[in-house]
Design a protein. Structure first.
Ligand code: ZN
Length: 477
């Protein structure tokens, strides 16, 4: 029995690992590599296994960097089931379809601009076929996926339906339990439950996106949002909030509902200007059984979720365009989350050059995105090729994150019983090293950092390197 590390090992995106035991092959996550155009070309490459010979997939959650290559796996011959949480299937209906339609549009654009052979990574139809392979599980439900291998999903508190996966593998007399974190959420975040405890395990594979830092305090972050809204109200401007459709948009609406009177939100018109976020919100509010106690109690006290009477769901383009005529009193939540496309660009065009307007940045902005330029305080940016002066005030609030920080990850790892070995994946190289050092100090654990192609012998819990580090050194010389 062995686990081969493949994706999200050297980089953050493209999560994918291969479990081989008892003659079966199981894939854990099948994510898209995201980044520059050159990096994303990697998604077209063959899998390091024959998709037709894969017996099953286990999917931790709906984010595209964990689920986004599933349609490709199916179109290349995979015929088995994809085990995941019920809510993840619902979110994949939104996320995978969106990913496919972006790929189709991109291919069309490239064909029009001289690349006659440009084909999408996959089509909407192929995405739908992949969703057809999904089998829904509940948290805590033990499911045998092939003889000798069973899985159980546990709440990871990252997005709705997100799970860390407990996998029990038996081969002859050897029984091993390993845990794959997927992405881990923050403790005490709104709407969702805290990550569940790990329990007994021989090995834990842990993500490390924020393994080298601490998030800003959540209550301070919420207070900061309140202050921004009060200032904007006095100055009679608009507030623009670029936000991811899944997770962040719902968190913001939930906070608006909770602080509706305190923040005097009745004075505003609030717009959720993203068809995808509207869909994702419907899914979030329909899965009340997955909310934490606070959210459930809140729901019992209010008639609708979120309790924001002046919320406008502007799904259609014409509806979205009417927002442009508002010079004040509009709070606009729109995608894309990093301002590298989507409706937020149109709202920026109308508001960026106005000193009474406010841009509230609540999420991570990758290098090279417009959002990053705003965070860095650029005085001028280009929107659709035209320069715009940045007169609006840009506020970066740090406390909302779907990922746990270093202390959250530590707190979670402390819930492991039986001194499990720890493998660090899903992080920048320097972050993983920093997190390894942190775990050594705090947990006295000598964590391992697997590289792509490395194989973990689960029976002996030994990591076999694909590339001999000494040989590698020689190559470098
Ligand atoms: Zn995620």
């Amino acid at each position: 029995m062995e686990l081969e590390f493949y994706g999200a090992t050297r980089r953050v995106t493209g999560s994918c690992h291969i479990l081989r035991a008892g003659g079966y092959t199981i894939i854990l996550d099948c994510g898209l590599v995201q980044g520059s155009r050159e990096t994303e070309e990697l998604n077209h490459e063959p899998f390091p296994f024959n998709p037709a010979e894969v017996d099953a997939v286990v999917l931790s959650h709906g984010h595209i960097d964990h689920s986004g290559r599933l349609p490709l796996l199916v179109s290349r011959g995979f015929r088995g089931p994809v085990y995941t949480h019920h809510a993840t299937i619902d979110l994949c209906n939104v996320l995978l379809k969106d990913s496919a339609s972006l790929a189709e549009h991109d291919a069309q654009y490239r064909r029009r601009h001289g690349d006659g052979d440009a084909a999408p990574l996959y089509t909407v139809e192929e995405a739908m076929r992949a969703i057809g392979h999904m089998k829904g599980l509940r948290y805590g439900q033990k499911q045998q996926i092939v003889p000798g291998i069973s899985v159980r999903l546990h709440d990871a508190g990252h997005i709705l339906g997100s799970a860390f996966v407990e996998i029990e593998v038996s081969e002859g007399d050897v029984h091993r339990t390993f845990v794959f974190s997927g992405d881990m959420g923050q403790y005490d975040s709104p709407i969702l439950n805290d990550p569940e405890a790990i329990g007994q395990a021989d090995v834990v594979i842990v993500e490390s996106t924020y393994g080298d830092r601490l998030h800003k305090n959540f209550d301070l972050t919420v207070a900061e949002i309140g202050e921004i809204i009060s200032t904007a109200c006095l100055e009679c401007g608009n507030i623009l909030i670029p936000a991811f459709a899944v997770g962040r948009s719902q968190e913001l609406l939930y906070l608006f509902g909770q602080h509706y009177h305190e923040w005097d939100l009745a004075k505003w018109e609030i717009f959720l200007d993203s068809p995808m976020a509207i869909e994702a919100s419907r899914i979030y509010w329909s899965h009340e059984e997955l909310w934490d106690e606070e959210a459930a109690l809140f729901r019992r006290n209010v008639r609708r979720m979120p309790p924001v009477g002046n919320l406008h769901l502007t799904g259609k383009i014409e509806e979205s365009m009417t927002i442009n005529s508002m010079n004040e009193g509009a709070i606009i939540i729109a995608g894309s989350g990093m301002c590298n496309g989507g409706r937020i660009i149109h709202h920026l065009k109308h508001n960026l050059e106005r000193p009474d307007c406010h841009i509230l940045i609540s999420g991570f902005m990758a290098e090279g995105t417009l959002g990053r330029q705003l965070v860095e305080g650029r005085k001028e940016v280009f929107l659709h090729g035209r320069p715009y002066r940045v007169e609006a005030r840009v506020h970066t609030i740090g406390g909302l994150s779907a990922h746990g920080d270093r202390n959250d990850l530590l707190r979670w790892l402390r819930t492991g019983e039986g001194s499990p070995a720890v493998m660090i994946v899903h992080g920048e190289e320097s972050v993983k090293e920093s997190f390894k050092g942190f775990l050594k100090d705090e947990l006295a654990v000598d964590a391992m950092i697997p590289q792509p192609g490395d194989r973990l012998d689960l029976a002996t819990v030994t990591l076999h390197r694909a590339v001999d580090e000494n040989t590698n050194e020689k190559h470098k010389e």
